[in-house]
Write a protein that binds this ligand. Structure first.
Ligand SMILES: *[C@@H]1O[C@H](CO)[C@@H](O)[C@H](O)[C@H]1NC(C)=O
Ligand SMILES: *[C@@H]1O[C@H](CO)[C@@H](O)[C@H](O)[C@H]1NC(C)=O
Ligand SMILES: *[C@@H]1O[C@H](CO)[C@@H](O)[C@H](O)[C@H]1NC(C)=O
Ligand SMILES: *[C@@H]1O[C@H](CO)[C@@H](O)[C@H](O)[C@H]1NC(C)=O
Ligand SMILES: *[C@@H]1O[C@H](CO)[C@@H](O)[C@H](O)[C@H]1NC(C)=O
Ligand SMILES: *[C@@H]1O[C@H](CO)[C@@H](O)[C@H](O)[C@H]1NC(C)=O
Ligand SMILES: *[C@@H]1O[C@H](CO)[C@@H](O)[C@H](O)[C@H]1NC(C)=O
Ligand SMILES: *[C@@H]1O[C@H](CO)[C@@H](O)[C@H](O)[C@H]1NC(C)=O
Ligand SMILES: *[C@@H]1O[C@H](CO)[C@@H](O)[C@H](O)[C@H]1NC(C)=O
Length: 888
């Protein structure tokens, strides 16, 4: 056939794509695929190996998976891997019945064009990537014939970073089935000699412990883990696997010399991490966002972390706490010493912190920087000390100076390059790209803090990395003229437990030795270190080492250089940005790294045609909330719902599409949503309006403020404050602050603290109520509820109501699409229930997956309160009270 039909998913290019492997609705014909049924019915992974080799911190990891189709029909074989975000994919191949399908790395723009052509031809997609906390996901599937075998092989490379005195190699293990032959093997070679090596596996229990082998001696370290199929079982005779979780190898090297210099094949690398240095006093301006959006758990966690952090300050340190919301307040008017009394006092101050108001990030940040400036000018901090700003924010500047570029300019002008700024972005509401640029321009880094129960620990963990500065103004110089393309060689601070790495190219073929000189300010004096290395010495250090990839220094140099170029590019503008992009792209292509500028295209055999698929590198700044495991993966057209002001979304799964409409009624009105006269299940919702608006022209928006649910002999009243469950004998009241699972014969209720509530009733119906909280002092909006029917198939044929009537299959036809009043939203003529309606293409938000931002569901919008789509007049659905039962 030989026909090429390129097919892709490029995340970040299609706005409606949520970064997850679940919602990919802009492309039609994507079938829901559940991991369990593909991995158990037919496709058997019989061999899996994770092979890691590390040479001087540079690691190459090869993951190979072999599967066979045991079924008598064609089946889809999946290959899903999670890789560290710091890694670059360098190779991927599929081998089917001896035929190799290689992955080819291309410039993203080229790939993007092919992708757009593919989309316009209505093709489906193959590879999807998603980002998690530490990892990003690579996943591919291919259809294979009965008894056919497939081999997937993925390679990625990364430079292991030293943190808290150890290099960490992070491997996510998740084969999803028992594997006949499963193995993790790691070989580490460090010319300085390995000083310690440990392995942690979240899934390793006492039975698996003996299977885990680790050893090190001299320059070599080895780890292997190969449990038999019996050892993989969760219990005797179980067919589920224990192997699911993190497998982490940590090691360190000897530091007899502060420097390690290696020179091989025209490249050199320099590792610098002196030991036994006296700590420098540090001066920290903590700049903390306390705006309204920090409410609840976030502010509690921030306070908890800050309390621990100030407790850990050393008496020689200076600090202050700057809070910003619409305005800025500070604990003290200058930096003060971290004496036990002062730390005590600051804890009292921290305990009083309240969330409030807007986000004046500019003034908060400048106040913090100004305090450091003043402290230095007035010499109230030691001359030999390290000053830094740590800023925590969860939102985007919306008061004072809110233009990110202007804030950056202001910060840069204020620091004059003197203090690193570390930005902690709390959750997904932040403008992470801005925080990254701001940090990069000021010698710091940005870090995402994930909204989770361990957020306080994440904050402390980050702080601990910068808790102990040992050197400032570190300059690494190389005397020879014959050196070019040096990576970053000047560093504001050097922290305990970390390591500085510099690499460069040697332009003179005859040069066989180099000299490094390191100058830095220490706690007591200025320090200078020199080190010399030559090719022979390096070769000698490697002489017992035969299997090492020879070009490792060149690849390490390329890895560092590309990362620096990408970082510089994010800050650059105009010509400079164009040039940096070109350079980073050229290097990504040359060294075959999948970076944010390149994509990998795989020619994929399927349906007797050839299709192509793509792998991309997700970018942290573009990451969105991960879909939680709370709901089963589903396409967005699987359930009907009502949410917002109030928007009804009617799923039409047969057509992989949706219909939507709004109901406009007065606050106080109760609407019947579901009414099943056979099972007795009834759901009503009462409208509330916005708070009084000042210049009220339009009628106020309305939302559901209360839901009433009747099932069997139980009633459930849900408001934005509480949940009241009542049966013949007992009344129980829950708060949205509770995290509750309640199981009773007639119903199961799961309250997810301040987020949502899932109810399953005895006859199998299942729905979710989502709590939308707005900032308490919002001038206009109040908290409201959303309702999602997840499973309605056990309700009777006679079910009716504004939502209930659509639980029976409904079909519609779109006759003619034509431009509407909004150029973005075409109109169309629709036939439905024997009516011809003019409808508009638009979208509505579904909040089940991402409660904060929602997910856009494309749908056909029916005007005039759903007239023509809903049975009768919308006013027919008005009922007298929240527990009324009315047959419509
Ligand atoms: C495939 O196997 C199933 C049961 O294992 C059997 O019912 C079916 O007839 C088989 N199909 C073919 C084409 O052999
Ligand atoms: C990619 O992997 C395949 C299979 O292992 C191998 O044959 C090929 O040479 C590799 N390509 C590169 C560029 O390393
Ligand atoms: C496992 O299966 C074997 C054979 O079917 C049986 O003899 C044994 O009792 C089972 N063990 C457990 C713990 O169920
Ligand atoms: C700090 O406060 C605690 C309790 O408030 C008190 O017991 C302790 O003596 C205080 N320490 C100092 C150094 O002020
Ligand atoms: C730069 O900072 C100085 C003080 O540090 C201030 O006087 C000046 O106005 C700033 N310039 C700009 C353009 O913000
Ligand atoms: C960008 O590259 C062009 C051509 O190599 C060069 O002329 C120009 O000076 C560069 N611009 C910047 C800002 O580096
Ligand atoms: C509901 O209550 C009625 C009368 O109070 C009782 O007869 C019936 O058994 C109850 N049903 C259930 C499912 O509890
Ligand atoms: C009412 O609720 C209580 C407590 O949850 C439970 O023990 C009791 O069985 C329920 N009664 C009925 C009739 O369902
Ligand atoms: C529909 O309801 C509106 C408002 O109550 C009313 O004015 C109109 O007459 C009703 N139409 C029908 C066909 O019942």
């Amino acid at each position: 056939m030989g026909k090429h039909i390129p097919i892709y998913i490029l995340l970040g290019l299609i706005p409606a794509v949520v970064i997850s492997d679940i919602l990919i609705y802009p492309l039609r014909n994507i079938k829901k695929r559940s991991a369990t049924d593909v991995h158990t019915k037919g496709i058997e992974i019989y061999w899996m190996k994770i092979d890691c080799s590390v040479t001087s911190r540079f690691s190459r990891n090869v993951i190979t998976s072999r599967a066979v189709n045991r079924a008598n029909v064609s089946k889809e074989a999946f290959f899903d891997m999670e890789l560290p975000k710091t890694g670059f994919i360098t190779n991927f191949t599929m081998t089917i019945d001896g035929v190799i399908y290689p992955g080819i790395i291309k410039e993203k723009e080229v790939a993007q064009k092919q992708y757009q052509q593919a989309v316009s031809r209505g093709q489906t997609a193959g590879l999807v990537k998603a980002a998690g906390r530490k990892t990003e996901k690579f996943s591919v599937s291919v259809n294979i014939a009965p008894t056919s075998k497939v081999t997937f092989q993925l390679t990625y490379e990364e430079l292991l970073k030293r943190n808290f005195g150890k290099y960490e190699m992070f491997i996510k293990v998740n084969p999803k089935q028992l594997v006949n032959s499963f193995e993790i093997e790691a070989d580490i070679f460090e010319p300085q000699g390995i000083s310690e090596l440990e392995v942690e596996g979240t899934f390793i229990n006492n039975d698996l412990l003996p299977v885990l082998k680790k050893s090190f001696s001299g320059k070599k370290g080895h780890v292997s883990f190969s449990p038999t199929i019996e050892q993989q079982r969760t219990c005797d005779n179980c067919t589920t696997t224990l192997l699911q979780g993190d497998f982490v190898i940590k090691y360190d090297v000897n530091r007899d010399s502060p420097n390690n210099l290696q020179i091989v094949n025209g490249y050199f690398v320099h590792f610098f991490a002196p030991k036994n240095l006296q700590r420098l006093p540090k001066n920290v301006a903590f700049v903390i966002d306390v705006s309204g959006s920090m409410y609840g758990q976030k502010i509690r966690q921030a306070k908890e972390a800050l309390t621990k952090i100030v407790e850990d300050l050393k008496e020689e340190d200076h600090f202050n706490i700057i809070l910003f919301e619409s305005s800025v307040s500070t604990w003290k008017n200058k930096l003060i010493q971290a004496t036990p009394e002062n730390v005590n006092q600051s804890k009292e101050f921290i305990s009083q912190i309240r969330d409030l108001g807007g986000t004046n990030l500019n003034d908060g940040l400048l106040t913090g920087i100004e305090m450091l400036n003043k402290a230095h000018e007035s010499k109230s901090v030691p001359e030999r000390s390290a000053s830094l700003v740590i800023m925590l924010t969860d939102g985007q500047a919306n008061e004072g100076v809110s233009d990110p570029r202007k804030i950056q300019e202001n910060a840069k002008n204020a620091t004059q390059g003197k203090y690193p700024i570390y930005n902690l972005g709390f959750g997904y509401g932040v403008d992470y790209a801005f925080l990254e640029r701001l940090a990069t321009e000021n010698n710091g880094v940005a870090r995402r803090i994930f909204e989770d129960s361990d957020a306080a620990l994440q904050l402390q963990g980050f702080y601990d990395e910068v808790a102990n500065p040992l050197l400032t103004e570190v300059e690494l110089e190389y005397a020879e003229n014959a050196i070019s393309d040096l990576t970053q060689n000047s560093f504001k601070h050097f922290y305990d437990g970390s390591e500085i790495v510099v690499a460069g190219r040697i332009t003179d073929n005859d040069l066989n030795s180099i000299t490094a000189e390191v100058k830095a300010h220490g706690a007591l004096e200025d320090l200078t270190y020199t080190e010399q290395a030559d090719i022979e010495e390096t070769a000698k250090a490697f002489e017992q080492q035969l299997y090492i990839f020879g070009e490792y220094i060149e690849r390490l140099w390329a890895y560092l250089t590309i990362n620096e170029q990408l970082e510089a590019r994010s800050v650059a503008q105009g010509d400079e940005k164009v040039n940096l992009t070109a350079k980073a792209l050229e290097m990504s292509l040359k060294y075959k790294f999948v970076t944010p500028l390149t994509s990998m295209v795989v020619t994929k055999p399927e349906d007797n045609e050839e299709k192509e698929a793509i792998a991309d590198k997700p970018i942290e700044a573009e990451a969105k909330q991960q879909v939680s495991a709370y709901y089963p993966p589903s396409t967005p057209y699987h359930y009907s719902s009502v949410d917002g002001d109030p928007h009804f979304i009617i799923a039409v799964p047969q057509q992989e599409d949706a219909l939507c409409f709004n109901i406009n009624e007065e606050p106080g009105v109760v609407l019947n949503l579901i009414n099943d006269p056979v099972t007795g299940v009834t759901v009503n919702g009462q409208l509330i309006g916005d708070k009084k608006s000042i210049n009220d022209v339009r009628p106020p928006n309305t939302y559901f403020g209360k839901l009433g649910i009747i099932t069997m002999n139980v009633t459930l009243e849900i408001t934005t404050q509480k949940i009241v469950l009542q049966n013949d004998t007992v009344i129980r009241v829950f708060s949205w602050l509770d995290d509750v699972t309640l199981q009773e014969p007639s119903l199961t209720l799961i309250i997810k603290q301040k987020r949502s509530m899932e109810v399953s009733v005895g006859n199998g119906a299942k729905f979710v109520v989502v709590l939308h909280q707005v900032w308490k002092k919002h001038p206009l909006h109040r908290d409201f509820l959303g309702f999602y029917m997840l499973d309605s198939h056990r309700l009777s044929e006679e079910t009716h109501g504004l939502l209930g009537q659509f639980f029976h299959p409904i079909g519609f036809d779109i006759l003619e699409v034509h431009p509407g009043s909004d150029p973005e939203k075409p109109d169309a003529t629709m036939t439905v229930k024997n009516n011809q309606l003019t409808v508009t293409r638009g979208w509505q938000k579904d909040y089940t997956a991402d409660i904060r931002h929602g997910t856009n569901i494309p749908c056909w919008f029916i005007h005039n309160n759903g007239k023509g789509l809903i049975d009768g007049n919308h006013t027919d659905y008005i009922v007298p009270s929240i527990f009324s039962y009315k047959k419509i």
